[in-house]
Each structure stands twice: as C-alpha cells, then as structure tokens.
Design a protein around this ligand. Structure first.
Ligand code: AGP
Length: 580
C-alpha cells in the first residue's frame, strides 16, 4: 500500500511529483506529502488527498524530490503521520512503503540516544537512523541503515547536502524510469509512462543511487546490472473518457476485455497441456481474484476432472503444499503481498508456478515460472471489475486448451451476454438495495463464486453490509438474520440445482426477505417468488456467469451512486495491497 514517487532531472520536481502521486492515489489516499531539495530541503504534507489540495506543495522548489500518498498502517491518517518524514536536523527526508516490523525497538533505542520523533509511524525511524549513520556520504549512510530494518520496504531518501535520490527495495515494489537526462523512481510505472517507457524493475535487496545523468544499482555491496524493459501502456485507458467514474468506464470495457484476455490465454497451449496432465492444481489469490479462481475450479472439475484446490493466499502459509502440484497465483496488480509470499512458498516447495496478472513486470511475474497476462489494461477504480473479467477469460482460455475444445462460440456468446447485460434495467433492484442494512447474495454451483463477488462489490463501494452465500448454506445460521430489511440477490437459472434454488428462495420469502431474482426473463416460477426480476440473456454457462457478474457490478455501482459514495476511491481501501 502507499505510493511513492521520486524525481531527479531538469524539471521542477514538485509538479511532476504531484501528478505522479495523483496517479498513485489508488494505492492509498489518507494523506500525502512532498519533499524537494536545493541546498536545503522543503517539505509539505497534509491529511487528505493530493488531488484535492495540490496547491499545498507550492513552496517546494528544486529539481529533485520525493513524494508519498499514504494508506495508514501505523498511526492515524493525519498531518503528523503523513510522509515524508525527516530526522532531527532536517537534513534528511524519506518516504516509505511497507512495514518496518522492528520499528518499536529501533525507536526506543533512538529515543534513548536523544532523537525526537514527530509521528507515530514505523517509517520515521529510517530518517533518524540515516542521521546517525551519516558521515558525509549519503548513499553510504542509507546502505548502513538497511541491515537494521526488518520487514518490507520501498524507500526513497533525499539529503539536503547531496544532489542524489537514493532508493532501496525489500519486498515492496519499486521501479525506476530512465528518461532523457532525468530519472524517476516509483511504486509502479503509472506515474512514469507520461515521461518515458524505459523501466528498470528493482529487485529485493537492491539499492540505487540516482544522480543527474547516472543510475547505479547495487545488491549486497556488489554493483549489478538490471535489465531495462520497454513497457506498453495505454495512457488513454487511464482517463475517464466521458464516464462519471472509472468504475463505470471499466465495467463498459468488459466485452473487449473478455475477448482480448481469452485470446491471450488461448495462446498458452503449453500451460494448458501441463494443467490437463497435472495431478492437482492449486490456485492462490485474494479478494476478487480469489472469487475468479473459484470459477476456474467449478469449470475445470466439471469439464476436465482435474482436482483444483483454491486457497486464500493469506491462509496458504498455514496449509500444506504438495510438491507435485501446479500452483497458479492470480493477482490483478501482481503485487499483493499475501499472493506473492504464497507463490514463493509454492516455488520453494518445488511446485511449478504460473502467474495470472494484469500488470507487466509486476513482482509475481518475476517470482513465477511462467505468466499469463490478462488484457484488461490499466484498472484505476479500486473496485476490480474488468480485471475480474480478464481473469475469468484467462481461465476460460486455459480451459479451452485443457479440454482441447474450440471455444470460439463461447467467446462470442460471452461477449454478447456482457453487451446485453450492460443495458439491462437494474433500477428496481437498486431501489431495494439503497435502504437495506444487510444484503445477502446467494447462488449455487458456478453462481456461488459469482454471488461472493457480487457481495464484495456491493460492500466495498456502497458500504452496505453484504454477504455472499452458497444458497444451500443459508439455512445453517444466516436464516436467523432474515427479515424485511435484509433483501437477497439470488441467481436462479435453469440447470444444476435449479429446483433446489427455487425452494431456497421460497423459504427466504417465507421469512419476509425481499428477493431480487436474477434469471431468465420468461421464468414464471422465479417471477412468482421474486419481488424484482432481472433478466439474463439466454446462453451457455460461461455467458451466464459473465452476464450475472455484470448485472451485479451495475447494481453495486448504482446503489453506491444513489448513496453518494466515493465510488472510485472507497474509504479505507487501496487497490494494491502490498502489506500482509
Ligand atoms: C476488489 O474489488 C478489490 N480490489 C480486492 O479484493 C482485490 O481483488 C484484492 O486486493 C486482490 O488484489 P490483486 O488482484 O491485485 O492481487
């Protein structure tokens, strides 16, 4: 979490840092700050979002600087805890993304030695440690501090006396942008692509000394040469393009995203063959990516008979890792700390590893044996929509290879189903949701993961408590909560378990629960029991999953809109969760 940006070159640093931080706000937006240097350091920082108060950095001058947008881990989201943090003398400033696990012990020692702290953060110790290590050589001081730090960090450091930015990385992402006589250092490439597409991805243990005209990277005291990659990035995709919110724009991009991601995955024949012969497949992921992975399990076990285990990446470390499995890590950002450490655990247990991600060069791509990129393009809204569709499409593409079927008809049917579902009227459903205190989302079989994802979307952007349940489970406890104030969104489509689903809906209805039924428009049994019916275009199971997903995304979006929520940046969340 948190986004960091650094710059050294010929531009005025502050405006570049401000624009960079704006584009990193999806990583956190509790507070922000900038430090720039001439022969002294100038620091400006404040609670809130930089996009709403960028003028606060107008007093920061100079052509080198560092900046930070925060997702609070240690200390309240207020002015004091905003980065950059400085040492007692004001000579050094640092920004940090990650967690310094031994900060309390380090801080006690520093305070005993007379250092005065001005924040409650774990990060501030870094500035004071640099102050202690300083003997006139800035890079040497930072180098000397790193072995003292336990935990994860991407650090950018600035010194009043030297014309350098020093960057260090350990288990938190950090990339360098190499421009014409100017250099950038950022949590990811988003702020850099407007200036250069030449990116150097730093690795764990790397320290980079960035001066005007040169970058030197070292690891363990040895100079290292890191490959520079040219990255493709659709700058247009990072603009709203006439939509009120990025989330709505991204929902509308899903027909193309499905098609593009499906085709990309179909090219990975080798991986599909490997999977179809596997003794077992494990998929690890968090949040929305986990929900996408569950879909893979239902389809693969049905179509190919290969057992698939799906684990929350954050729980994976507590579970056994059979060495003969193929492990797939799914992550839109490719930086989720739990997914990355689960992937590393799998690799160290000799599992073959595959990453499915949306971000070129991200950390999981470098930890996995092979990578399948989804074709979702940059996703700006914190709530994942098109990236989920991209992951789903990647899984369908792999499945096509595993079952040796020509699924081009599926590609067309899914695309059409998404397009139709973008136009389906969801107003009545939204009216029911807006006044609810709790919502249930229920489905059976493949619609169980879809229900989980529907509930996750609703809670994260509307702040209404929403629970996704396997419909058969709801009698085992949650029934106690049912009332006229707890509407349920239920997927009821002909196929496996249809009659049982209708039975579940009647039982819920008997407890007074208002029902939003998502099913076929001509299903009179569903119309009989549901208060509101939302029609799903007729099609195969793959198309139905996509259609219901889009309908649920739109119910969540319009509910949040009606409630006046901050849709693209919901409270307390960040798009890239880089702490465990
Ligand atoms: C969903 O809308 C959230 N953005 C969240 O659940 C997300 O899917 C999760 O944090 C995992 O992120 P990743 O796909 O980047 O690993």
């Amino acid at each position: 979490m948190c986004g960091i940006v650094g710059y050294i070159g010929w531009r005025d640093a502050a405006p570049m840092l401000v624009e960079g931080l704006k584009s990193l706000e999806y990583r956190g937006y509790d507070s922000f700050g900038v430090a720039t240097g001439t022969d002294r350091l100038m620091v400006a920082k404040r609670k809130g979002r930089i996009s709403e108060q960028a003028d606060c950095v107008s007093g920061c001058h100079g052509t080198r600087g560092i900046g930070h947008t925060r997702w609070a881990t240690h200390g309240l989201p207020d002015d004091r805890n905003a980065h950059p943090h400085t040492d007692c003398s004001g000579r050094f400033a640092i920004v940090h993304n990650g967690i310094i696990e031994n900060y309390a012990e380090l801080r006690r020692g520093l305070e005993e030695r007379g250092h005065r702290f001005t924040s409650d953060t774990d990060s501030e110790v870094i500035a004071h440690l640099i102050e202690e290590a300083w003997e006139g050589d800035f890079a040497a001081a930072v180098r000397g501090v790193l072995p003292l730090l336990e935990g994860s960090y991407a650090i950018l450091a600035l010194c009043a006396d030297t014309d350098e930015v020093v960057a260090a990385r350990e288990r938190s992402p950090l990339v360098l942008g190499l421009g014409d006589d100017e250099f950038f250092a950022c949590s990811d490439a988003t702020p850099i692509v407007a200036y250069t597409r030449n990116i150097l991805v730093m690795e764990d243990g790397d320290l980079a000394v960035i001066r005007r005209g040169s970058v030197a990277v070292e690891n363990g005291g040895e100079t290292v040469v890191r490959e520079t990659t040219y990255i493709d990035y659709d700058v247009e995709a990072s603009r709203k393009g006439g939509f009120e919110h990025f989330m709505l724009k991204e929902i509308f991009e899903q027909p193309d995203v499905f098609q593009q991601s499906f085709r990309l995955a179909c090219k990975h024949h080798g991986i599909s063959m490997l999977l179809s012969r596997a003794r077992g497949i494990s998929v690890i992921a968090c949040g929305t990516s986990y929900n996408a992975a569950l879909l893979f399990r239902y389809f693969v076990e049905k179509e190919c008979g290969v057992p698939v285990r799906v684990d929350l990446a954050s729980e994976y470390r507590y579970l056994s890792t059979p060495g003969d499995e193929i492990v797939i890590a799914v992550s839109q950002s490719g930086e989720t700390a739990d997914t990355l450490s689960a992937l590393k655990k799998a690799a160290s247990s000799n599992c073959a590893t595959i990453a499915i991600t949306n971000v070129q060069g991200s950390s999981i791509t470098r930890a996995a044996d092979d990578t399948i990129y989804t074709g979702a393009g940059p996703e700006i809204s914190v709530a994942a929509t098109k990236s989920y569709m991209g992951q789903y499409a990647a899984f369908v593409g792999l499945l096509a290879g595993m079952s040796c079927s020509d699924m081009s008809a599926v590609e067309r049917s899914v695309r059409q189903a998404i397009e139709e579902s973008l136009l389906t009227d969801v107003n009545e459903a939204v009216s029911l949701c807006v006044g609810a205190s709790t919502l249930f989302y229920v489905g059976r079989g493949i619609f169980y993961p879809v229900a989980l994802e529907g509930a996750l979307k609703m809670k994260e952007i509307s702040y209404i408590h929403a629970e996704g349940y396997a419909a058969g489970e709801i009698k085992h406890g949650p029934f106690a909560l049912l009332s006229k104030d707890t509407p349920a969104v239920a997927v009821c489509l002909p196929g496996d378990g249809y009659q049982s689903m209708l039975g579940n809906l009647r039982e819920m209805k008997a407890r007074g629960t208002p029902l939003i039924g998502i099913g076929y428009g001509d299903d009179i049994d569903l119309q009989d029991v549901a208060d509101v019916c939302i029609p799903v275009p007729k099609g195969d199971a793959y198309a139905q999953v996509a259609a219901v997903t889009v309908i649920m995304q739109r119910i969540a979006y319009y509910t949040a809109l009606a409630l006046g929520r901050d849709i693209d940046k919901p409270r307390n969340l960040a798009k890239s969760v880089t702490v465990e």
